[in-house]
Design a protein around this ligand. Structure first.
Ligand SMILES: [Zn+2]
Length: 281
């Protein structure tokens, strides 16, 4: 999965570091990420040394994010005033991130995207409208006016692989660019357990009942600002699918031998489908 980057190691402990020219930085604009374009259009992560400005000049605009091994990663929140002309830095659609050569770089970019989303939405206090400031003790934004403290937001998502008599239920989303098969998934709602959310999502999306939920694993997924919790479950009752056409364009039962090879090994969806193919469930 995306986060499996051994022998590399993510260190997300909060620290107050200042950038140097050798450190990596991320910058996002809407759903685009700033990347360096090299020979043959190969993309790489930018360094502070790739900017005209020195790290000191942009220091007030940067947030230290995390480290992978001894590499430090920062976020530059506002590059508007910097001149990128003549440089090889370009804002590219966020999905370009999957073209990075190393998995740890993709994981870094997606994790940074999640944190950028949080920083971008936590400029002002949601209670009193005062400008929030960084805590010096932890990753949090604090309001010195009313005392409100905002911590990074992570939205839990459940993903369910429903199996029945040696078949797996695969779905396709409606109205998305992503046209490959996946599994039933959705955000957990307030007041629900993960298991209740799994049962509700399966009922809503395909009209089926499930039982015997078995925890599979989890995955941080910064693109949707979430952590995905995967379950296998047995069908309970009728196997007749009633599709929620607002959410899905298709859903069907697949024998092990029919399950398509479509996904990359970055996602928990892939891991779960392969676990089914390999008769682990
Ligand atoms: Zn406030």
């Amino acid at each position: 999965m995306l986060q499996d980057i051994k022998p590399h190691l993510l260190d997300n402990q909060f620290r107050e570091l200042k950038p140097t020219a050798d450190d990596y930085f991320f910058s996002f604009k809407a759903n685009k990420i700033l990347l360096t374009i090299g020979e043959h259009n190969a993309v790489t992560l930018p360094f502070f040394g790739d900017l005209y400005a020195s790290p000191e000049e942009v220091e007030g605009l940067t947030e230290y994010l995390f480290s992978i091994d001894n590499r430090h990663f920062f976020l530059i929140r506002d590059l508007e005033y910097l001149d990128l002309k003549g440089r090889t830095l370009t804002y590219l659609p966020i999905n370009t991130i999957y073209k990075l050569k190393e998995k740890w770089q993709i994981f870094a970019g997606i994790t940074a995207y999640h944190l950028n989303g949080w920083y971008s939405k936590r400029i002002y206090c949601g209670y009193c409208g005062n400008t929030l400031e960084n805590s010096i003790h932890e990753r949090a934004r604090i309001c010195n006016e009313c005392g409100n403290i905002e911590y990074p937001m992570i939205a839990p998502v459940v993903m369910v692989a429903v199996v029945h008599e040696g078949k797996l239920l695969l779905t396709k989303y409606a109205d998305r660019d992503f046209d490959l098969h996946g599994l039933v998934a959705g955000f957990v709602e307030i007041g629900e357990t993960l298991e209740e959310a799994a049962q509700r999502e399966v009922k809503e999306e395909v009209g089926l009942e499930i039982s015997d939920l078995k925890y599979f694993g989890s995955q941080p997924w910064g693109i949707s600002g979430s952590v995905i919790v995967g379950y296998f479950a047995e069908l309970k009752g009728s196997e007749t699918i009633c599709l929620d056409q607002k959410e899905l364009s298709d859903a069907a039962w697949f024998e092990r031998s029919e399950v398509p090879h479509e996904l990359s090994d970055l996602s928990i969806t892939y891991e779960m489908i392969e676990a089914f193919r390999n008769k682990e469930y």
